[in-house]
Ligand binder design. Structure first.
Ligand SMILES: Cc1ncc(COP(=O)(O)O)c(C=O)c1O
Length: 405
């Protein structure tokens, strides 16, 4: 049976020419960071060879071209999630996008206010809120996660004191797709602002911020075929206009006097200093690439692979899979343990077969506690993965078993 995207797509990704320990690379760690197509790599090279100059400063050709290309990348991201140009801020990564919000929105909270998170958050959507809450005396509350890896939405947690609800769209460990529409509606009914951590969703499924009615949404370029060092923060214009900047300095100002400063228009008010110009432009190329293939096709392809991977892994004796059993509630990420072999050992032996999977706590220590484990293996899928990749993994697990017999 064929999957939606043909295996020949790997030809666009130069890294797949590499051998690891003499074996073809089987890359199953895209939730951590994705590989890059030739088009994205070429954009970075072309930019530095032909266009580089600082943006928003010079009135000479190179500076104007670089400025246009960088601004155009914001437009591409805006179209990608159905937002306005002014609502797209480039940051360093998802972590910085969430820190921007934690500092800007969080520092305005006061004692008695509540921030509502979930037990399945990546540390990036937990630690910033936890630390800012300590400073201002706000409380942090958590939606629980069931043993099946699903969110337990308890109405009692949505109170008049809840000011911010920050939730991951898709769990980076178990692949659980959270009911964010329902969560947004609940937050709306009590007047709280909603922050969606879309690090694991924006690269994989179509996102429409208008349809979701999301207030803020954060994701990273490097997980969606783009370069490292670029992140995105979407925010509703009406909120961004009123918020105080997180970083101060050049480019984010309109007028500076010795006593005071007025800030630049959106989105530049939140982009202080010289940004990652090449990275931002190359994120635009990554968005073009994803859009050409189509986010619906990518979603469909990953669903087919997820089902296949579940079927094949379930046949392996000694595998425990975490997360929803109903695959409709799950994206292309599978956390599992194998016999009682430590995930680091499993990953190291798989590496000798050319297979890259992740072993560890996946930056979600509180979730490990809920699942009552120290760590897990995790495979994660993307548009360039094939059924053959899964077959190679399953076969290699038998080798791991033999080593530990
Ligand atoms: C759900 C989720 N949130 C946030 C992050 C942090 O992303 P970054 O390291 O790009 O800031 C990750 C990275 O794995 C993630 O999976």
């Amino acid at each position: 049976m064929k999957t939606t995207i043909p295996p020949s797509i790997k030809n666009d990704f130069p890294i797949f020419k590499r051998k690891i320990h003499g074996k073809p690379l089987v890359y199953l760690d895209s939730a951590s960071s994705s590989q890059k197509p030739r088009q994205v790599i070429d954009t970075i090279k072309d930019y530095y060879e032909k266009t580089h100059a600082n943006i928003h400063r010079g009135v000479y050709t190179l500076s104007e071209e670089a400025t246009l290309a960088y601004e155009d990348a914001h437009r591409k991201v805006a179209r990608f999630i159905n937002a306005k140009f002014k609502e797209i801020i480039f940051t360093k990564n998802t972590t910085e996008s969430i820190n921007l919000l934690a500092y800007s929105l969080g520092l305005e909270l006061k004692k008695g206010d509540e921030i509502l998170l979930t037990e399945m958050e990546h540390h990036s959507n937990l630690v910033p809120w936890q630390q800012i809450a300590k400073r201002v005396g706000a409380a942090v509350k958590f939606m629980k996660v069931s043993q099946e890896g699903e969110l337990v939405i308890d109405n009692k947690l949505f109170t008049p004191n809840t000011k911010i609800v920050a939730v991951t769209h898709i769990s980076n460990v178990m692949g659980t797709i959270n009911p964010i529409k329902e969560i947004i509606q609940k937050a709306r009914s009590i007047g709280a602002k909603v922050v969606i951590d879309a690090a694991q969703s924006a690269p994989h499924i179509p996102i429409d911020v208008k349809e979701l009615d999301a207030d803020f949404l954060a994701f990273s370029s490097h997980k969606m075929l783009g370069p490292t060092g670029v992140g995105v923060l979407y925010g509703k214009q009406e909120f961004l206009e009123k918020m105080t900047p997180f970083l101060y300095g050049g480019d984010m100002i309109k007028e500076v006097k010795l006593e005071d400063t007025t800030f630049n228009d959106l989105p530049w008010k939140f982009e202080a200093g010289t940004p990652n110009i090449a990275g931002g432009i190359a994120l635009g190329t990554a968005i073009d690439y994803l859009t050409n293939i189509g986010m619906h096709s990518i979603d469909q392809h990953e669903k087919e692979l997820l089902q296949y991977a579940h079927e094949q892994l379930s046949k392996v004796k000694g595998i425990t899979i975490y997360g929803p059993r109903d695959l409709k509630k799950k994206a292309g990420i599978i956390a599992f343990n194998f016999e009682d072999i430590h995930p680091h050992d499993v990953s190291s032996i798989l590496d000798t077969e050319g297979i890259a999977i992740r072993g560890g706590h996946h930056c979600a220590m509180p979730l490990m506690k809920v699942l009552d484990i120290q760590a897990s293996c995790r495979l994660s899928l993307y548009l360039y993965n094939t059924k053959e990749d899964i077959d190679v993994l399953v076969k290699a697990l038998e080798k791991v078993r033999k080593v530990f017999k």
